[in-house]
Design a protein around this ligand. Structure first.
Ligand code: BG6
Length: 478
């Protein structure tokens, strides 16, 4: 993974007038600017259908940046890096104007033939923009040491078939190594720390095994509902929106074998192996192992059908059929409108083979490792200790590490890390096409089953709670 300053280059953002650009990309670039992580020579060209000139685009971004971060001293110099070219992205011939503008900026700022395209657009454009880049010769470098890269936001497909088709389309235009499919969870500092925690500490890895681990739970809960994204959510749902990508990637980081080195491909091979080792869940097993629910009031949200059966909460139990994990259940939970925002991983260790002390951690295991991804980023190790006084009453206590105790460190936003890596051509933290397809291969039967059953089996829960009361019904089929 890269820590070096990237080569000089130009970043072209499609969808530059949109929400992702001002909420995530420009603030991340600004952070990179203040942390001195941008290339020596670097410019950004925003493009979309909205008409702005460079000044108008800069002022628009200044407003958003100030809203997010308050007034900053050095924004003028940063905003000077931004340029804008309006084009109709549905019109192939307009890309010639974009091509000219790229050339003008490269000449004016002595930039090399290195261009990275960011598709911060609705997914329908993932089919259109790359094909017009190809049609106008924008997908290939002109010089032998030049390059072109493309970053694509999620959702990457809506099922296996569409993900395969999109992969095939993109790979016909850009080599796999130059395609960066974003999963912003992998940019989170605490997620990367799963790897360091596991692979750099002699005390955890030997225990990271079915012999010592009873179960693993991965949770990503949000307080917010679907807000203004009803239309998107109605065609997506929690399984596609969170489980297929974010939670399955977290699971892969927890479950993967140590790669021989931190080479991006070796690392991605291990992730791919996890997904291909998933025990398929099919037929009636789905009803027992995958539970879906909807928050009360979802059907009244804007752009949501009054009889929608879309799930806003999913709890599932899955197994990884390999030597390390055979028969260890992995539980994944995600939901909107929950009592609090929280993303955490719980590694539940087995209890001692013989219970010596009465009431030892309420009869269960005292040992749990908690990886807190957000908020209150940190790690806790829980174990049993004797309560002072007579007898041997055992209580579970916690040894805690909190990132905010490192006063000299501020956690960068996930997009800072991911942009920096893509600019450096480092795909370690970007899902590869084969892994992505393998995850869809696992998810597809569940989607199809739910489609057949329509609303049958859908549970409901009250906003501000911990999900449906029946969630404990996820069990192993005999
Ligand atoms: C996005 C989903 O990928 O992740 C959203 O589309 C969700 O629905 C978001 O709210 C959660 O991300 P985070 O970083 O806030 O946990």
């Amino acid at each position: 993974m890269s820590t070096k300053k990237p080569d000089d280059q130009l970043l072209v953002i499609f969808g530059a007038s949109g929400d992702l650009t001002f909420r995530k990309l420009i603030p991340a670039l600004y952070d990179m600017y203040t942390r001195d992580l941008l290339p020596e020579r670097f410019q950004v060209l925003g493009t979309s259908r909205t008409t702005y000139d460079d000044t108008g685009f800069r002022e628009e971004q200044r407003g958003h940046l100030e809203e997010l971060k308050g007034k900053q001293e050095n924004t003028d110099a940063f905003l000077g890096l931004l340029h804008y070219q309006a084009i109709d992205t549905y019109l192939s011939t307009d890309y010639l104007r974009l091509k000219e503008r790229i050339g003008e900026l490269q000449t004016a700022f002595s930039l090399p033939d290195k261009v990275i395209f960011y598709l911060a657009t609705p997914p329908v454009m993932y089919h259109i923009i790359p094909s017009f880049l190809l049609a106008n010769g924008l997908n290939q470098p002109i010089t032998s040491d030049g390059w072109r890269r493309i970053i694509v936001e999620k959702p990457f497909g809506t099922d296996l078939h569409s993900a395969e088709a999109l992969n095939a389309e993109l790979r016909a235009i850009f080599p796999e190594n130059d395609i960066f499919r974003i999963d912003h969870y992998l940019g989170k500092e605490t997620v990367q720390n799963i790897l360091v925690l596991r692979f750099s500490n002699g005390i955890f890895e030997p225990l990271w095994h079915r012999h010592y681990i009873d179960s693993i739970e991965i949770v990503a809960y949000e307080e917010l509902g679907v807000e203004l994204r009803g239309k998107y959510y109605e065609s997506t749902g929690a399984l596609r929106d969170m489980i297929q990508n974010h939670l399955m990637e977290l699971m892969a980081f927890v479950a993967m074998e140590p790669p021989p080195s931190f080479d991006p491909e070796l690392m991605r091979n291990e992730i791919h192996k996890v997904f291909t080792s998933l025990r398929p869940v099919t037929g009636t097993q789905i009803d027992r192992q995958v539970v879906r629910a909807q928050y009360e009031g979802y059907r009244q949200e804007a752009d949501v059908a009054p009889d929608s059966v879309m799930e806003t909460w999913v709890g599932m139990k899955l197994f990884i059929d390999n030597t390390r994990w055979s028969d260890v259940p992995f539980y994944l939970y995600t939901g909107k409108k929950m009592s609090k925002k929280l993303s955490e991983i719980y590694i539940n260790f087995k209890s001692t083979p013989h219970i010596l002390f009465d009431g030892q951690c309420a009869g269960g295991s005292c040992n749990q490792l908690v990886i807190r991804i957000q908020p209150d980023e940190g790690i806790s190790l829980r174990f049993g200790l004797k309560v002072p006084g007579a007898g041997f009453r055992v209580e579970r206590v916690s040894m805690d590490f909190r990132y905010d105790s490192l006063s000299h460190v501020s956690l960068p936003d996930a997009y800072v890390r991911l942009l920096l890596d893509a600019m450096n051509g480092d795909a370690t933290l970007y899902p590869r096409s084969d892994a992505l397809e393998a995850s869809w291969r696992f998810i597809d039967p569940i989607l199809n089953h739910w489609k057949e059953k329509a609303g049958e089996g859908l549970l409901f829960y009250l906003p501000g709670t911990d999900g449906p009361e029946e969630k404990d019904c996820i069990w192993v089929p005999e």
